[in-house]
Design a protein around this ligand. Sequence first.
Ligand SMILES: *[C@@H]1O[C@H](CO)[C@@H](O)[C@H](O)[C@H]1NC(C)=O
Length: 315
Amino acid sequence: MNRNVEKWTINRACIFIVLIFLCANTGRCLREGEDGKIDSPVPIVLWHGMGDSCCFSFSLGKIQEILQNEIPGVYINSIRIGDNVIEDVENSYFGNINEQIQRVCEQLSQDTRLQNGYNAVGFSQGAQFLRAVAQRCPDPPMLNLISLGGQHQGVFGIPKCSDTSRLCNYMRRMLHLGAYLWYIQESLVQAAYWHDPLKEDEYRKKNIFLADINNENTISAEYKDNLQKLRTLVLVKFENDTMVEPTESEWFGFYKPGQTKEIQKLQQSELYQQDWLGLRAMEVAGKLHYLSLPGDHLQFTATWFVENIIKKYLV
Ligand SMILES: *[C@@H]1O[C@H](CO)[C@@H](O)[C@H](O)[C@H]1NC(C)=O
């Protein structure tokens, strides 16, 4: 071995050992719990929204930075579907969402740093997908789920696209073709939470994702039990949301069946009254938190996020 390289390697090893020593002795790298046991902050899993990726510096990268400033040493797993950010963006439009969720479940179960549980923060469609993770894959356990503008009763209105987004405009054309065609259900992520109140029967029969996680065809006791394992389910609604139709879907409300004008709140729905999913039980137990703020889709300030989400649920 070249002598310089050898020296460098030894130096590196020394630095590494010194760091371990410092951490072990001062506890500065880990927080000490009340019982004297060293415990690190609860890890956080993020799932981004449509057209976004795990890691753009202006979106989830920024969120990650805020979290790390507020919770020193926190471990964050920001979900990426695909081998790079480009694939991650594409997969937020195209693919079979049930397969994507299965892949995420595998990733999370293999992430040893999550094994004692984690908090989850979902952005827009990422919120309903993380709810599916909680219901389908209880191991490792999700502790709190924060849904920021999630569409828990789906959408009936084609999301806006910027003129330049080729993928988004293609998605709109596919939804026009017929959201409940099987090949569109299985290849277009947004079709999987397309909820047509004029075709409730067709929705229940043909939708491959939302009707399933909302226990609308058969009641899965497993889904119901697993969802109730959450300490809290925090539903954040953006009052002036122009992306999500109807906005009430962010609080589990939707159009009354058979028409597209009148909104029914979660509490007026069969889902709640028959308690197919355990949401009523969660509400009674004080586990369902409803937050709202003025503004359009996902428009919040760092201060709002720190005060209302991080300090209340994530530290
Ligand atoms: C935003 O939504 C709230 C609640 O629906 C409404 O009272 C308010 O007028 C809206 N603001 C704007 C600017 O549209």
